[in-house]
Design a protein around this ligand. Structure first.
Ligand code: ADP
Length: 301
């Protein structure tokens, strides 16, 4: 059985705009799944329909085999959603936010306390349990959102840009927290702008573009399509335009920083020789870690 199964989903908004044009998507139980797409691609519309906040036009969605229309209650029972915007009462303490939420699900106080403790520890927030939440940093507030979503023990958790605007160190620690939640058996669907995040965390990936799924595979296969390596070159001297050398694609990022795509069959030495002929000296070079980003741009363009 799939954690989430979407078949031929379409959405036409009331102004006639067709936001989803027939989406098919299956997410396995326990999966860590990336849903990627540029702004306006249709991610929020899809998530909105899955969480019953937006009505679909046609198609079907089921969560652990329960149709979201015919069996809405059972479908939602296994679903946790973490939206982008902070939507808890910022004047409550962290622990109370979770306990009040548990109340909505009819979870007894004693059990709620046990679950809140576990979720707060998992999100590294236990020490903050008595803090009024508006005093928390942005990253902590997002972790409160995740901790709260864990209270009903969902088997599918959808995280909409959970690390947006969070600095890199905290982002990395959030990755560990999400991995731990996933290891305990919860399937996670992640939308993110940080493709490095998807590359590091997710086993499977779908790319949505203009309301259609344009790519859907496992991450390893997708990355194996990449037959070029990307490098960032720091230059000795300023350049005004990127060099034009056959077989390479250069972009001038700053006046002394070039990025270059090199076919895997070419050696770096060949590149250095070519640059030297063009009188360009390299101060340092690093591998561009964000391979998925380039691939994403290639697919979407
Ligand atoms: P994403 O989350 O990938 O950025 P969305 O699902 O929010 O994309 O939006 C998909 C498209 O649908 C966009 O072009 C957006 O402008 C349009 N859209 C979203 N909501 C509405 C609405 N309520 N009415 C009309 N068009 C909408």
């Amino acid at each position: 059985m799939y954690a989430l199964s979407i078949e031929n989903l379409t959405k036409t908004y009331s102004n006639g705009f067709v936001a989803l044009k027939g989406i098919d998507l299956d997410v396995e139980e326990g999966d860590f799944f990336a849903l990627l797409g540029a702004n306006g691609a249709g991610k929020s519309t899809t998530i909105g329909i899955v969480s019953s906040l937006i009505n679909k036009t046609s198609g079907s969605v089921s969560i652990f085999g329960h149709d979201i229309v015919k069996n809405n209650k059972q479908a939602k029972m296994n679903l946790g959603i973490v939206p982008q915007e902070i939507n808890f009462n910022q004047y409550e303490t962290v622990e109370n936010i979770l306990l009040i939420y548990a109340g909505y699900f009819g979870i007894a106080r004693k059990e709620a306390k046990i679950r809140a403790k576990k979720a707060l520890k998992q999100m590294h927030l236990w020490e903050k349990r008595d803090t009024v939440s508006r005093r928390l940093s942005g990253g902590m507030k997002r972790r409160v959102m995740i901790a709260r979503a864990l209270i009903p023990k969902p088997k599918l958790l959808i995280l909409d840009e959970p690390t947006a605007g969070v600095d890199i160190e905290i982002r990395r620690s959030m990755w560990e927290m999400m991995e731990q939640v996933n290891k305990e058996g919860t399937a996670i669907i992640l939308t993110t702008h940080y493709l490095e995040e998807a590359e590091n965390l997710c086993r499977n990936i779908a790319i949505i573009h203009e309301g259609m799924i344009v790519e859907n595979s496992d991450m390893a296969t997708l990355l194996s399509y990449i037959n070029v390596n990307y490098f960032i070159l720091d230059l000795e001297k300023t350049l005004i335009t990127p060099p034009e050398i056959a077989g390479y694609k250069f972009d001038l990022i700053e006046d002394k920083v070039l990025s270059v795509a090199i076919p895997k069959s070419n050696s770096l030495n060949q590149l250095f020789e070519q640059l030297s002929i063009h009188n360009i000296q390299i101060k340092s070079l690093k591998n561009k870690s964000n391979r998925l980003e380039q691939l994403f741009m290639d697919i979407v363009q």
